[in-house]
Design a protein around this ligand. Structure first.
Ligand code: AMP
Length: 546
């Protein structure tokens, strides 16, 4: 017997065509670099995405070709999200904050053919050296500056638009549509490739009331950059439900965000804790200044949302919704929301639950596993490595790199996070096995810093660890041992590292010790160090000694 249902493809094409049909007049607002607001609608988004697809095909794009982006959050970036897949291509969002070495590596690894870039970000092209490795570069122009020779105007690419009868080439739901790279503990970043199907199913699960609860009633401002896991998929999810979208452009400072939210009546936003700490501080300082939408919801992920922050935001009339995810999980992997079973709990207990990373949405399976690979009981106490699987969880990296130890033989993805899960399925992260530092939502490689430090003539040993920080969630500090007869000169080490790494990677402090604790196999006991220095920034209000 066969089911008698249609095999209708789950593609993002449907989302944008439907939005234009049903929500044609709903706005997509983008903040320009000069802070003026550019207004489009879903009708425009669809027409311009089609025009982009048409233009790219005319420019020679072949199915599966990669189109890189170096852009802030705005309408043209959304056009790439929908338009490149409409042409059969794959867009690849480049993280503006990466080092030239990582950018060069990932562009080569992805095989990017074209680039779309904001004119205000053109200086970043210098990161690629004298000849950027793209066949054509299209520039989204926000200013009057002349186009550098050889670069093309994005509006010229869109040109006269796609003819009304133009149909995109046939698409399969498992076709790739997007790429995003994630940091490796050692070695270079690795590419995750999203499909139509994964993206669409992720949208459906993200919009659910017990997930992010998005609807046509909402006005959403994703502060999370569109170069971080597709801004957590929000441009797609918001388009699916027809929510008004407000894009902050390059202005991510708390006062600029608050101004924008008031002006556009934003009632849902999303970003890393660092952003919310900044917002909290300003609103606390001057509670009446920004008349925000009552019950403004703030989705927080990327790093843990501290209980104290959730409580303070409640006081200020903002509701934090804590979520967990990864580049490899598209990213939504869990959300923490209270259930009827928590209704009778005292407020402090409810807060503890909201500060957990939460419950997996439908179709994401979670388990925690001990060192021997045995499943750990869901009792909220025992810890294990968090493993997940589901239709929007990656099952490998682009090019097949580094895959052996990241996926189990029975098909689960090893997250590198360590967690408990309670009897009701609420997951809480307790640690990480990945040797990385997450500062303001961006990864810093401890191993790369250590290797560089150990190459310095004054240093015998170095261990770089992540230490909790009130503003950045974590910052790196370096524990170092001097070579016999040498002195540690912090300023000299900072200058030495500054020649090799981006400024925001540099350790905030150097702790000089006689030795670094080691385990039985001779490896540094980083966990012990992390415990010893966990209070390093305690009492610092926002990164400055208090
Ligand atoms: P990325 O792939 O850059 O999105 O980073 C994913 C990683 O960020 C996860 O594996 C966690 O280590 C961390 N992470 C994401 N969300 C949270 C959260 N809510 N709380 C704590 N850590 C988080």
């Amino acid at each position: 017997m066969h089911a008698t249902m249609m095999n209708y493809p789950l593609t993002t094409h449907h989302l944008i065509a439907r939005a234009a049909k049903l929500f044609g007049e709903i706005e997509i607002v983008s903040q320009a670099p000069d802070r003026s607001l550019v207004r489009h609608t879903y009708t425009d988004l669809y027409a311009r995405s089609r025009a982009l697809a048409h233009g790219l095909l005319a420019a020679g794009l072949q199915k599966g070709d990669r189109v890189a982006t170096l852009m802030w959050n705005h309408h043209a970036h959304m056009e790439v999200y929908f338009g490149v897949p409409l042409a059969g291509g794959v867009y690849h969002t480049l993280n503006l904050r990466l080092s030239p070495e990582d950018l060069a590596h990932i562009v080569a690894d992805a095989g990017d053919r074209y680039l779309v870039i904001d004119d205000v970000l053109l200086p970043l092209l210098a990161k690629f050296g004298p000849t950027p490795p793209f066949e054509r570069i299209f520039v989204v122009r926000w200013t009057d500056q002349a186009l550098p020779p050889g670069l093309l105007d994005y509006e010229g690419l869109i040109g006269a638009g796609a003819p009304a009868q133009w149909q995109p080439p046939p698409a399969h739901e498992n076709d790739p549509i997007a790429m995003c790279y994630t940091s490796g503990t050692t070695g270079r970043p690795k590419g995750v490739v999203y499909s139509h199907r994964a993206t669409v199913l992720h949208c459906l699960a993200s919009a659910l009331p017990d997930s992010l609860d998005l609807s046509v009633q909402d006005t959403l401002c994703p502060v999370v950059p569109m170069f971080h896991v597709n801004a957590w998929g929000l441009p797609f999810t918001a388009t699916m439900v027809g929510a008004k979208q407000v894009n902050p452009g390059p202005h991510l400072q708390p006062d600029a965000l608050l101004d924008l939210w008031v002006k556009e009546r934003v009632n849902v936003s999303a970003g890393v804790p660092t952003i919310w700490m900044g917002i909290k501080k300003l609103v606390e300082q001057d509670p009446g200044k920004w008349p925000l939408q009552p019950g403004l919801r703030m989705v927080v992920g990327g790093s843990a949302a501290p209980e104290s922050m959730i409580a303070a935001m409640d006081e200020l009339g903002m509701r934090v919704i804590h979520a967990w995810g990864m580049t490899e999980t598209t990213p939504l992997g869990s959300v923490s929301r209270l259930q009827p079973l928590h209704a009778q709990l005292p407020a402090a207990e409810q807060l503890k639950i909201r500060a957990k990373q939460g419950v997996a949405p439908p179709y994401v399976d979670m388990r925690i596993v001990d060192d021997e690979g045995r499943e750990v009981a869901w009792d909220g106490v025992k810890i294990g490595e968090l493993q997940v699987r589901g239709p929007w969880v990656a099952n490998g990296y682009h090019g097949g790199v580094d895959s052996q130890d990241k996926w189990t033989t029975d098909g689960w993805f090893r997250t590198g996070d360590v967690a408990t899960i309670d009897a009701h399925g609420y997951m809480q992260l307790t640690d990480r096995t990945k040797d990385l530092v997450k500062s303001g939502g961006e990864w810093i490689s401890s191993v790369a810093l250590e290797n560089a430090l150990m190459g310095h003539p004054d240093i015998a040993e170095a261990a770089v660890i992540a230490v909790p920080h009130p503003k950045w969630s974590e910052r790196p500090i370096a524990v170092v041992v001097a070579k016999d007869g040498k002195q540690i000169d912090e300023a000299a080490l900072t200058a030495y590292l500054a020649a090799r790494f981006e400024k925001w990677w540099l350790p905030d402090a150097y702790v000089v010790r006689d030795e670094i604790p080691r385990g039985a196999t001779g490896k540094f006991l980083k966990r012990t160090l992390r415990e010893q220095y966990a209070g390093w920034f305690e009492g610092w209000a926002d990164g400055t000694p208090g």
